[in-house]
Design a protein around this ligand. Structure first.
Ligand code: AMP
Ligand code: MG
Length: 335
């Protein structure tokens, strides 16, 4: 029996590779507009079927549920207290937002909406922000003031409002990925405004790769991708942008709010890219890490095997520095 084993193994390998016909897979790529940004989709499919129309309709249904800017969306209705039943988009986002809020000690908190508006990052104009205003808004900020019971969103304070802007874009990439998988597609990359989900190995045996920027010396230096990272079944999301922030009295502010204080975060971490098993988690963790700051965020990532991150900070002299977590294998672009 023993001597037949290699033959059987070889046959199994041949059948396996014939069954998958990797060389027959054709690359399909398209770009579009969604969620106020650009998206792009790439995948390998035997017949090169183009699913752009389906993806566009999927994003439009998604928006009817989670668009913060559409007054008729489910999230807007829930925010106004006119609805309390989650749908199949709202429910998973609410549950993951709840989990990551708890895990991050409240650094990620999707009830920051009133603070986001007060600081002028939402749809309202920036108000005159006073400590008294922040205190009054903090009364109804906090994920501990909401829960899900019998498939209803319960608010312990009627004024609680949700802002899923820090998690929904990632989830949209996951939803598009799940749609492609339902069509039998196993190798794909869905990218929405820089956040993405990549799965599978390409027919030539290579992995999807993305570029990471080594911080430029000055704000105006041209953008360069200095590192390549292979993505193996990961979601990737970036929060912050070391080139974009606003400065007041010499202090840099990002668009991320610390839900504990009610103020925009003020530390030297300017941008973080997170690698997680799915894009929704990567998106939420990236926002959480901007609130935590470099030291806490790095410790958080190193304690979790499924997470990696690439940080860009500014030092005392105002120079940019970068740091990658230990699991991230960066290849310089020339390789
Ligand atoms: P992102 O680019 O994914 O970090 O999302 C930033 C957006 O998330 C902001 O424009 C706000 O709408 C919202 N946001 C700000 N601070 C927080 C926070 N601490 N937790 C959750 N969402 C936040
Ligand atoms: Mg985010």
């Amino acid at each position: 029996m023993k001597k037949h084993f290699p033959a059987i193994l070889l046959l199994t390998l041949i059948v396996f590779s014939c069954g998958r016909k990797p060389a027959d897979q054709k690359l399909v790529q398209f770009k579009g507009v969604a969620f106020g940004t650009y998206y792009s989709v790439s995948y390998y499919e035997g017949e090169a079927v183009d699913y752009q129309e389906s993806i566009d309709s999927l994003f439009s249904v998604f928006n009817q549920s989670l668009s913060y800017y559409n007054p008729a969306s489910l999230i807007s209705q829930i925010n106004r207290g006119e609805a309390d039943q989650p749908d199949d988009f709202f429910r998973p986002v609410f549950i993951r937002a709840w989990e990551i809020s708890a895990e991050s000690g409240g650094a990620f908190d999707a009830t920051v909406s009133p603070l986001v508006n007060a600081w002028g990052f939402g749809f309202k104009n920036k108000e005159e922000v006073t400590p008294a205003l922040i205190d009054s808004l903090l009364e109804f900020v906090g994920f501990e003031k909401v829960y899900l019971a019998d498939d209803r969103i319960v608010k312990l304070d009627d004024r609680v409002q949700f802002d899923f802007n820090a998690i929904a874009k990632g989830y949209a990439a996951d939803v598009a990925g799940a749609f492609l998988e339902s069509k039998g597609i196993e190798v794909y990359l869905v990218e929405i405004g820089g956040d993405l989900l990549a799965r599978g190995v390409k027919p030539d045996g290579s992995h999807w790769r993305i570029g990471l920027e080594l911080p430029a010396e000055t704000m105006d230096s041209p953008q360069e991708w200095n590192y390549m990272v292979e993505i193996r079944d990961n979601g990737v999301a970036t929060s912050g942008n070391y080139r974009r922030y606003f400065e007041e009295n010499g202090q840099r502010y990002s668009h991320t709010i610390d839900p504990q204080t009610g103020y925009p975060v003020k530390h030297n971490l300017l941008s973080v890219s997170v690698f997680a098993p799915d894009a929704m988690s990567a998106d939420a963790y990236a926002t959480a890490f901007m609130v935590m700051g470099l030291d806490k965020a790095l410790a958080f990532v190193e304690a979790r095997e499924e997470l990696d991150a690439y940080f860009i900070s500014s030092n005392e002299e105002g120079e940019f520095t970068s740091l990658a977590s230990s699991g991230l294998s960066l290849k310089s672009k020339s390789n």
